[in-house]
Design a protein around this ligand. Structure first.
Ligand code: GTP
Ligand code: MG
Length: 236
């Protein structure tokens, strides 16, 4: 029997881009698409309903990480063997899903990342590119997952990975994504990546400078904690 593939989209005010993102998903390659709505204040839910997307809603505004937790829980509950996370902001080319899931379906890796850096990071604002490169360098020195970018919003996971890592303990905010990668490395899973063309426009990039800065500092904190824990573990 074919392995079940579920795409999850953590959404918050995605009315301008949801339909375009959804249209790009190759429906013949996935079994189900689920949208997690984090109490959007716009027409996200209405549009998702019209498109026939399965919707689950957070009880109150949880944040980006909280939304993902709810979605992974649901995807695992529905029996997904491969879970693809893509931002519904039409920044990443969702048509690349077959290439993202193939290495997981064939059992070569448990995590796949869609790298904007490998595709030239077209249009990424300069300060984001610099901080992305810097943080990725620190993360690569820490986690050794052999990735060109640790901050993409297009990822695919095996069921085994999501069942192994304690993602429920992670932050409900953006640093959730970094914590998942730290846990992936700590558990010894293998990661892979492909180049994914990206687009930059207002609705695809709403996180402002200060939220990016907080995220950057929190990411460094995750790296620091990881090194400390490893040292203790090696000494014990
Ligand atoms: N739950 C929740 N999700 C959010 C919030 N702000 C953004 N998001 C989601 O997080 C995703 C990423 O936000 P973006 O603004 O695109 O930031 P980014 O992709 O990390 O950074 P860029 O490289 O600038 O695009 C979006 O697809 C939103 O759905 C929020 O306040 N709450
Ligand atoms: Mg974005």
């Amino acid at each position: 029997m074919a392995k079940k593939v579920i795409v999850i989209m953590p959404a918050y005010n995605a009315e301008k881009t949801l339909e375009k993102t959804f249209r790009d998903i190759p429906k013949d390659k996935v079994d189900e698409v689920i949208l997690g709505d984090d109490c959007s204040k716009d027409r996200t839910v209405e549009i998702a309903q019209r498109l026939g997307i399965r919707i689950i809603k957070t009880p109150h505004n949880l944040g980006y990480g909280g939304n993902q937790k709810m979605l992974y829980r649901e995807a695992l509950h529905l029996g997904a063997e491969v879970i693809v996370m893509v931002h519904p902001d039409w920044q990443y080319d969702a048509a690349k899903i077959p290439e993202m899931i193939e290495p997981i379906l064939s059992g070569r890796v448990d995590l796949m990342m869609g790298s904007r850096i490998l595709s030239g990071a077209g249009g990424m604002p300069f300060y984001k590119l610099i901080s992305n490169r810097f943080l990725t360098f620190v993360e690569e020195m820490t986690f050794h997952l052999h990735l060109s970018e640790y901050h993409t919003g297009f990822r695919a996971f095996s069921r085994k990975l999501l069942e192994t890592i304690p993602f429920e303990n992670n932050s409900d905010d953006f640093v959730f994504d970094t914590e998942v990668l730290a846990e992936t490395a700590a558990a010894g899973f293998k990661a892979g990546e492909i180049a994914v063309p990206c687009r930059y426009f207002a609705a695809a990039s709403e996180i402002n400078f200060w939220r990016s800065a907080v995220y950057g500092l929190e990411t460094l904190g995750v790296c620091f904690n990881y090194v400390l824990r490893r040292r203790k573990f090696l000494r014990a």
